[in-house]
Design a binder for this molecule. Structure first.
Ligand SMILES: Nc1ncnc2c1ncn2[C@@H]1O[C@H](COP(=O)(O)OP(=O)(O)OP(=O)(O)O)[C@@H](O)[C@H]1O
Length: 271
């Protein structure tokens, strides 16, 4: 799948955004890229999907170097998709149906197949109600679902989510996490960036920590989050499940459900 080898990226104004990045997205199916503001997460995503070309180093897709010609990138788009933080960035049409169909039509797929695929995705994401609505009338959360529908319609094997929960209310947040889980259960891979460490802790199986354009730590999510030094260096908050584990001397639970089901003795009950 996707890997980078000594990847460096500088913006045109000379800003060094990524330094010697070596990551391997085979490490998990729910990979997190975390770091403070300006750490380089979005820049890394854009390099991984071939939107930006590294100044030095490589991005490998299925062990082949990404080439930046139209043909290669067109094929890459069939396999690798992205849901941007700002849904407006990837909404091209004023009508929801046409917007979801955009990527498929762009690949030259015939209109009957486009209709079957788009209807299937609309049904899957439960967005029939705004199928014929102008996109500019939709809320932020609804636009985000349209953006996801466009990527899912292409049946991409790898989907990047840049800050998927930003601006979503609690119900839409659950909805988004459920959608992402079902994408993974469907055999696909999700790569996610977020400032919400509780979400990253529960969702991701493997994480990379970025700080000032460099990977400063990586590994199984729970193990990395136990390393306070890493969190402090990268300005990341300790997830609440890690805090209660340390403070109350209870097991390190993987998620909220495990915590609420816990029947064991807490250290403070011994007093
Ligand atoms: N087009 C650009 N030109 C110059 N510098 C840029 C450009 N886009 C981003 N940068 C800089 O590159 C660095 C990395 O930015 P990036 O957006 O990748 O960070 P991020 O981790 O996604 O941040 P955030 O969490 O705030 O979204 C920052 O210092 C940013 O100011």
């Amino acid at each position: 799948m996707l890997k980078t080898v000594d990847l460096n990226y500088n913006y045109e104004d000379g800003k060094v955004a990524l330094k010697n990045i070596n990551i391997d997205l085979n490490k998990g199916n729910k990979i997190g890229i975390v770091g403070g503001n300006g750490a380089g997460k979005t820049t890394l995503f854009l390099n991984l999907i071939g939107y930006l070309k590294p100044n030095k180093g490589e991005v490998l897709f299925n062990d082949k170097k990404i080439k930046y010609n139209k043909k290669f990138l067109r094929n890459l788009r069939k396999e690798v998709g992205i849901v941007f933080q700002e849904a407006d960035k990837q909404i091209f049409y004023s009508n929801t149906y046409d917007d979801i169909a955009f990527g498929l039509r762009n690949l030259g797929i015939d209109e009957d197949t486009v209709k079957i695929k788009v209807d299937k995705i609309i049904n899957l994401l439960n967005i029939e109600e705004f199928k014929d609505k102008p996109v500019h009338f939709l809320s932020h959360g609804e636009k985000k679902r349209v953006a996801i529908a466009g990527v899912l319609a292409l049946d991409c094997k790898v989907i990047f989510f840049d800050e998927p929960l930003a601006g979503l209310d609690p119900i839409m947040t659950d909805n988004m996490i459920n959608t992402m889980n079902s994408i993974v259960n469907d055999g696909k891979k999700t790569i996610v960036s977020s400032h919400d460490m509780d979400f990253i802790y529960e969702y991701c199986d493997y994480i990379y920590v970025l700080n000032k354009g460099e990977i400063i730590d990586s590994g199984i999510t729970r193990e990395v989050f136990l390393n306070k030094k890493t969190l402090d260096k990268a300005s990341l908050k300790e997830p609440w499940l890690v805090k209660v584990h340390k403070k109350l001397e209870i097991p390190l639970f993987e998620n909220e459900k495990e915590f609420y089901n816990y029947k064991g003795e807490k250290s403070w009950q011994k007093i």
